[in-house]
Design a protein around this ligand. Sequence first.
Ligand code: PLP
Length: 393
Amino acid sequence: MSSTRQLQERFAAALMSNYGLPPVAVRRGEGCRVWDVDGRPYLDLIGGIAVSTLGHAHPDLVEAVRAQVATLAHISNLSLHEPEVRLAERILGLLGADGRVFFANSGTEANEAALKLVRRHAGPERGYVVAARESFHGRTLGSLAVTGRDAIRDPFGPFGRPVRFVPYGVPEALVEAVTPECAGVILEPFQGEAGIVEPPDGYLRTAREVCDATGAVLVFDEVQSGIGRTGNWFYHQHAGVVPDVLTLAKGLGGGLPIGACVGLGRFGSTFAKGDHGSTFGGNPVSCAAALAVLEVIERDGLLAHVGKLGEWLLERVTRLELPLVAEVRGRGLWLALALREAVAGQVEEAARRAGFLVNAVRPDVVRISPPLILTYEEAQSFVDALPTLLDRR
Ligand code: PLP
């Protein structure tokens, strides 16, 4: 079997450089732990970037996938199958709303569907969409066009229709930018890649109101914030503001690739036959995995667990009063340490050496987005290790 170093050499020779050279070669996982190919264990506080909702190799997920792949792995959208119908019904049930669902394979594809839906609904007169600075919506050209990070967007422009970027969390800027010529507004109701940034109270309500007043379509991208991450099924439920279109992915499949674009109310009927599609989108195996994820979250009371453990963890880390940490923020199991210096990469590395996987989401922000099954003991072990690993960075 290859060591980490050997695999890295082969990786560098055979794979494109877009991810750089990942520092860890993971062989297997169980619960919230993973082991690298050299046998070293880590507590996985990244969870595949908010994906591994039930941790690794969860027995319910394994059994759901095993049973489905042994029954029907793929059939395409030329036929329907029960897992996709059940999953769509289940998601609508969690939203407590009428609507319809389109299944894709990833977050960026869910957003592509949403952007096409906006364009279809708005027609040619409404020429632009509004998005937030520092937002992240994905890497395909449509989603990238509305991603508010110049460094990753600009090298690939120009894009199709104009996008007006507004500062996130500033209601006045939204009111000014959204006019009757605006087709839609796409927002993360709680920004993830920006460094775990929750908007001020009332911001999402303003977004709803200005869209209602102008006829623009309101899209919430909950690809990262959805599926229990913040202690509710969806973050917008904390704010009590319902979008017209909702996108999901990441945690929905618990590690199997799936994305969803939900059109609520009349927005469920915008697409007509032939308007959109995906060969693999909503394949039976990913749908079975997602059904298992939702079932376990409900059965095991994970929403309440995430809410309580998240508060506990935030309070414990804050109480450490670490000199390097300017702020501990976030909600549920989606937390950030905002640092006083741009040394998040070094902190990530020091954490790794101490046996914890965390993520330098920004030069000065460390993010954790662990599995929702994280225990108090596991969280405590991180709290105990933090002061030393920050010193050792
Ligand atoms: N939207 C948000 C809010 C995200 O955080 C991400 C990924 O980080 C995406 C979309 C893109 O998802 P994917 O990488 O599955 O295409």
